[in-house]
Ligand binder design. Structure first.
Ligand code: ZN
Length: 307
């Protein structure tokens, strides 16, 4: 397996794991309200859904990734890697989760307090099924310069942090190997489905120090897109020409493939969201919403098949 695949697969697993639990939580939210469960009861069930979520499996991935990179770099080192780039701490993951948890629980309490005066609870709750999604996107995401970029949900946000850490682990290892062997040239292997930001940098050689004028300075690539959030480009030591890939995955065909892949993932995610909504509307006996949602799912499936 290539390092970018290892990162990509691990991040996808974690993201889906979060997303599945997010949808379960949404279903629980409406079921508990429908049955007029107290906040404490909701909290108990909430905890059951989220217990044992393993982003700590990063440690296993870390070792695998480092071994893989050492192989590519032709280095065998058992030492602990130097942290050239600082890893994101566990507390950032925990803080983000707390934010999501608090928002949902507060929203629950808020809805619960209004329900007493409502005659038709089912139809009242139906109005909040899509509104709930706004509350899910509760984690502010800032750009490098500190501006608020958007609000993310916990699946998006945590998997992005996780991706950043895996990438930093990989970069650190290659920088460490380079220092150990006193090598200056770095190669950025090209991979398929690269985003636009990285496409111009992949499949090229760089000089780490900037002293070798035949090649651009590595820092130039990193300050111009490479290594952005969710980037999976792993630098390796440059040994010889045999490493240079003929296929750099930078044609228009591959640019289109990237767009299609992104769309597919978004639609698949939307379909699982709608399927959960459908279950909720069924619980709430809302025939109109059931029909609408079924049609939406059908349309999404059609769009997916056309891609
Ligand atoms: Zn990249």
């Amino acid at each position: 397996m290539r390092p970018d695949e290892l990162i990509g697969n691990s991040v996808e697993v974690l993201k889906n794991n979060y997303y599945k639990r997010m949808l379960q939580t949404k279903q629980l939210f409406f079921k508990c309200l429908q049955e007029n469960k107290t906040l404490e009861e909701f909290n108990r069930e909430f905890a059951k859904i989220w217990e044992g979520l393993e982003y700590r499996f990063m440690n296993t991935r870390k070792k695998e990734l480092e071994t893989l990179i050492d192989e590519l770099n032709k280095v065998s080192l058992d030492d602990k890697t130097k942290e050239f780039l600082e890893l994101i701490s566990q507390s950032r993951f925990d803080e983000a989760f707390k934010k999501y948890e608090n928002t949902i629980k507060k929203y629950y309490q808020n809805r619960l307090s209004t329900i007493d005066n409502v005659e038709d609870i089912d139809s009242y709750l139906s109005n909040f099924v899509s509104k709930y999604d706004d509350y899910q996107a509760s984690i502010p995401y800032f750009t490098k310069s500190g501006l608020l970029h958007s609000y993310r949900d916990i699946a998006d946000y945590s998997s992005m942090l996780f991706n950043t850490n895996l990438l930093r682990i990989a970069i650190n290892r290659t920088l460490y190997d380079a220092e150990y062997l006193d090598m200056d040239l770095i190669y950025i292997p090209a991979h398929n489905l690269s985003c636009q930001k990285c496409i111009e940098w992949q499949g090229k050689i760089f000089s780490k120090s900037g002293k070798d004028k035949r090649y651009p300075r590595l820092e130039e690539a990193y300050s111009n897109g490479l290594g952005h959030p969710n980037c999976k480009h792993v630098p390796v030591l440059y040994w010889d020409e045999s490493q240079i890939q003929k296929e750099k995955f930078n044609s228009n065909y591959w640019k289109d493939q990237y767009e299609i892949d992104q769309k597919k993932k978004a639609i698949q995610r939307e379909i699982s969201k709608k399927n959960t909504d459908l279950k909720i509307y069924k619980e709430l006996n809302n025939k109109t919403k059931i029909e609408i949602t079924k049609k939406q799912i059908k349309r999404l499936r059609l769009r997916l098949s056309e891609l």
